[in-house]
Design a protein around this ligand. Structure first.
Ligand code: SF4
Length: 175
């Protein structure tokens, strides 16, 4: 089992976080944006036009966001070479896949932190089993991600991570 790269690589992504996610006007964001609409600062080639000035432009909330490598995977593995501009249905599917795969990567990050703890043999086995389910040998497909999101795995992993030792990892990973 090989774990995915959890480091974001915006150069290989199509600006998915700037399209798929919603934010509310606040001290972190200068305006309201619904999910599934491009940020007003996203260029036609999916780059942030105010990247160096985000704080000054009231968009400090973007700086703290990390897709954990989901963006480039959706762009290059699930929709390679696909252009979503002017194709709302494709854009919607990419946004759905991005949100789902980002959750997969978040759980992988937490389980990897839990694995480094002194787990009981039973916990160790459970942790490895969850990681195997989150890293299918053939990669993720749209249908697979939809099944993941609608299935029991997210809740099962969440329950595992709130058992005594993994809970420590969860806290450490989110610190
Ligand atoms: S301000 Fe830049 S980084 Fe933030 S959502 Fe808009 S385009 Fe993306």
């Amino acid at each position: 089992m090989s774990l995915p790269d959890l480091g974001a690589d915006c150069r290989r992504c199509a600006g998915l976080c700037c399209f798929a996610l919603a934010f509310d006007r606040s001290e972190l964001f200068a305006y309201d944006k619904p999910a599934g609409s491009s940020c007003r600062h996203l260029s036609a080639d999916n780059r942030c036009t105010i990247h160096a000035r985000r704080v000054a432009q009231g968009m400090a909330g973007c700086i703290g966001y990390d897709c954990l490598g989901a963006g480039q995977r959706v762009t290059t593995e699930l929709f390679p070479g696909v252009e979503s501009r002017g194709a709302p249905e494709i854009a919607r599917r990419m946004a759905d896949a991005f949100r789902q795969l980002r959750e997969v990567h978040r759980l992988i990050e937490l389980l990897s932190a839990a694995q480094a703890l002194d787990l009981s043999p039973r916990q160790c086995s459970a942790c490895g089993g969850f990681l195997a389910e989150l890293t299918p040998a053939d990669g993720w497909s749209e249908a697979g991600l939809q099944d993941f999101a609608a299935g029991p795995l997210p809740d099962e992993v969440a329950r595992f991570l709130t058992s005594p030792r993994p809970r420590i990892a969860r806290r450490a990973a989110s610190a």
